[in-house]
Every structure is written in structure tokens, then in C-alpha cells.
Design a protein around this ligand. Structure first.
Ligand SMILES: Cc1cc2nc3c(=O)[nH]c(=O)nc-3n(C[C@H](O)[C@H](O)[C@H](O)COP(=O)(O)OP(=O)(O)OC[C@H]3O[C@@H](n4cnc5c(N)ncnc54)[C@H](O)[C@@H]3O)c2cc1C
Length: 383
């Protein structure tokens, strides 16, 4: 009865469903779309447009204060650079629009099994069990992606998983035009810490880490001077934890099954942003599945298409990530001091775009290379 069953009702699943012309069922294990929260909710204006400016916008920012341990870069634009969303509202609004043409089954846990040369879907919904034999199965089931693992599309060597922890605080005092980013090995080795204003008196403070994300975040909140200042009268109103995949999977299609969003590592390696790529991948998947249902397309071309659109950016981001997270606090301070008041900051102010992090970071490295020549390696890696 259903042409397509999508497993996962997050952004990737809902956008994919919306772009399919056919009968679609979206199966979601939770009782409500958009919960539990696992996101800082910041996206570029370009990404917001790609999502047709969904409901849930709480703030707009036009710059960033980026801290190393002892230095700070101020990136500022006259224009709005990013939108901050209440993800629960955003995801639900996206689902409401998708529900005009797709069915949702909530509180329903799906697994896949192989039958002949195809995958079929088994769904447990309260005491009932259903079996679906759709023409296409989509694994939009996020970072865990039991579907991707079952189809042998996800291998541990292709991705690293960072755990996350985040608080929302009210009664804070913050410059709500700017996000605050901190690179400090004391709190997280493999990522950065963020303070994202959701308005003048509300922020999200979070981090991603390979270690104990909760302890590291508490340490940051209690000890970092900037955090202490912003949060001195703050009251926490929400706590969330989760995980994010960073990596590149070469193959995301097997037989009649394909993966989108976090399930397929459609995440920016430098910032952890996944909403934009999930949206692009969802649209690509939706269109290819439509053509496939009409007998005009091979599902395998989905891999070719998402790689063409943003695959190289992920690869470049992974490469830059390897360099950035090898740098210790002292070297980061040195780099920040070199970049401060340099022409590269004017370039970032003018052209900076959170969807183009790999490109912008490459420019920064090119700038450093021009300044230091062969001494750059010495500067970065030898004391
Ligand atoms: C702490 C943190 C902060 C982040 N901040 C940002 C940010 O500021 N900006 C940004 O762009 N990105 C951010 N991201 C990344 C972003 O949240 C994800 O990339 C994005 O939500 C991916 O969407 P998705 O639909 O692929 O996965 P998800 O949103 O995880 O959706 C997957 C859905 O599948 C369901 N599901 C899983 N298994 C099954 C099953 N077997 N049966 C039925 N349902 C199932 C889950 O319940 C879930 O609803 C952040 C991530 C983290 C962890």
C-alpha cells in the first residue's frame, strides 16, 4: 500500500517524504516530532530559505566572538548571518507541512529485514506489529542508524561519534547579535564549546566531546571567565544530551534502501551542523525516489548526486578538522594573535558564511601559508 517507508521523522525524513510523489509512510519511534532535543538550533539564512523559513525562529545573529584560551577574534557583519531556532517548533512545523501528503506513524519502532533482493520493514506500535513491503525504504534514523548498520552501509572506521551535552539558561546577560565559540582543550579536545543567544536573556550552552561531555560542560560553565560572566544570574530550564556523527560514508544505497541525514553522516565536520545537508540530501533523495517509482531512475544515483552537491565539502572539512584539532592551546593562541586585525578578518567579515566553513577555513590556512611559507608547519606543529 505504501510505495515508500521512511524510518525517522526528523528533518531528513520529513524533507525526503515531502519531495516524493507517491504514497509515503514516515515511522517515528517517539510520541512527538522534534523531541527529545539534540541541537543548538543555529543555521545560515541560506539553510532557513532552503527550509522555506519554518516556524520557531527565536533570534538572528550577525557575527561571532571566537575565543582561544587567551585570545579572541571578533567576526562581524552588517547583515544577518544566521538564524537561531527552537528546534522542537521547527521540526514540528516541517512535519505539519509534510503531513499534507505523507502519513506519520508515531510511537512506532521500525527495523528492516532482507527478503529476496529487497528490504522490508517491520514496525512495532504499542502491542501491534506490522510488516510493510514498500518499493523503497529510507533510513532517516539519525546518528544511531540501526537501519544503516543492518544494511551494512555504516562502518565504524568511516565515522567518529561525538557525545553532546547542552543546557538552556534564562536570566542571562548576553550580546544577542553574536554567537560565542570557544576553542579550549581544557574543556573539549575534539570540538568547540558554544554559547548561542536565543534572545537577550536566554542562551544555549553546549559542547561536543569524545570524553565525558557532561563533566566537561559543567567545568566550562563553572570556570570559564566569559561563561561565568554571562551566566552569573542564570537559571537552567532545559538539559539535553545526544550524539553526532562526523565522517564520510562512501555508499548510502543498497538495493531498495537508502540513507539520509545523520544516518549517512551528512554533517559538517568543522561545525557539526547537519540541518542544511539533511535538507539538501532529503530533496535529492525525494526527487530520485520519485523518478525511480516512475521507472526513470536508478536509486544508486542518489549517492552520485549528494556527493556532487556537498560530498567534497565534507571531505575537505574532515581534512581541515584533522589539522585544527591537533593544535594545542598555545598554538591556537599564536594563530589567533596573528589573525587579529589582519586583512583575513575583513575577508571573513565580508564573505563569511556558516555553510562555507571549509572554504573559509582553507582561506585562513592559505593566508597563514603565505605569511609563513614553509615555516607554517614549524609554526603549527613544533614548539
Ligand atoms: C548537540 C548538538 C547540537 C547541534 N546543533 C546543530 C546546529 O546548531 N545546527 C545544525 O545545523 N545542526 C546541528 N546539529 C546536528 C543536527 O541536529 C542533525 O544533523 C539533524 O538533526 C539531523 O537530522 P536527521 O533527521 O538526520 O536526524 P534526527 O533529527 O536525529 O532524526 C532521526 C529520527 O529518527 C527516529 N528514529 C531513530 N531510529 C528509529 C527507528 N528504528 N524507528 C523509528 N524511528 C526512529 C528518531 O527518534 C529521530 O526522531 C546538532 C547536533 C547535536 C548533537
Amino acid at each position: 500500500m505504501y510505495d515508500v517507508v521512511i524510518i525517522g521523522g526528523g528533518i531528513a525524513g520529513s524533507i525526503t517524504g515531502r519531495f516524493i510523489k507517491g504514497n509515503v509512510l514516515i515511522v517515528e519511534e517517539h510520541k512527538s516530532i522534534g523531541t527529545p532535543l539534540q541541537c543548538a538550533g543555529i543555521i545560515s539564512v541560506r539553510a532557513a530559505k532552503e527550509l522555506d523559513f519554518p516556524k520557531g525562529l527565536v533570534n538572528k545573529v550577525r557575527g561571532a566572538y571566537i575565543y582561544s584560551k587567551n585570545s579572541m577574534l571578533e567576526i562581524e557583519s552588517k547583515e544577518i548571518k544566521a538564524h537561531v531556532y527552537e528546534r522542537k517548533v521547527m521540526d514540528k512545523d516541517i512535519a505539519i507541512k509534510t503531513a499534507k501528503k505523507c502519513d506519520y506513524l508515531l510511537k512506532a519502532y521500525a527495523t528492516v529485514e532482507r527478503e529476496k533482493n529487497n528490504y522490508i520493514v517491520k514496525v512495532k506500535h504499542f502491542d501491534e506489529e506490522y510488516t510493510f513491503k514498500p518499493k523503497v525504504v529510507v533510513g532517516a534514523d539519525g546518528v544511531k542508524s540501526t537501519i544503516g548498520k543492518k544494511a551494512n552501509l555504516i562502518k565504524n572506521k568511516d565515522r567518529e561519534i561525538l557525545s553532546s551535552c547542552q543546557f538552556e539558561f534564562v536570566n542571562v546577560s548576553v550580546d544577542d547579535d553574536f554567537v560565542y565559540i570557544f576553542f579550549d582543550k581544557k574543556y573539549t579536545e575534539n570540538f568547540f564549546i558554544w554559547i548561542i543567544p536565543m534572545g537577550k536573556d536566554r542562551v544555549r550552552v553546549g559542547l561536543l566531546s569524545k570524553g565525558n561531555a557532561h563533566n566537561n560542560l559543567i567545568n566550562f560553565i563553572e570556570n570559564h571567565p566569559v561563561a561565568k560572566d554571562i551566566l552569573k544570574k542564570a537559571t537552567p530550564i532545559e538539559f539535553s544530551s545526544g550524539a553526532l556523527p562526523i565522517g564520510y560514508i562512501n555508499r548510502s544505497v543498497r538495493d531498495n534502501l537508502l540513507l539520509v541525514g545523520d544516518a549517512a553522516c551528512h554533517v559538517k565536520p568543522l561545525s557539526g551542523g547537519g540541518i542544511y545537508y539533511s535538507t539538501l540530501a532529503g530533496k535529492i533523495a525525494g526527487n530520485i525516489i520519485t523518478d525511480y517509482l516512475n521507472g526513470e531512475e536508478n536509486l544508486k544515483n542518489y549517492d552520485r548526486e549528494w556527493k556532487r552537491v556537498f560530498g567534497d565539502d565534507i571531505k575537505k572539512g574532515l581534512w581541515l578538522r584533522k589539522i585544527i584539532y591537533r593544535l594545542d592551546n598555545k598554538t591556537l593562541d599564536k594563530i589567533f594573535n596573528k589573525l587579529k586585525d589582519s586583512e583575513i578578518i575583513d575577508y571573513i567579515n565580508k564573505y563569511g558564511d556558516i555553510e562555507e566553513q571549509a572554504k573559509i577555513t582553507s582561506h585562513v590556512f592559505d593566508y597563514l601559508k603565505n605569511k609563513f611559507g614553509f615555516n607554517l608547519l614549524k609554526f603549527l606543529f613544533f614548539k
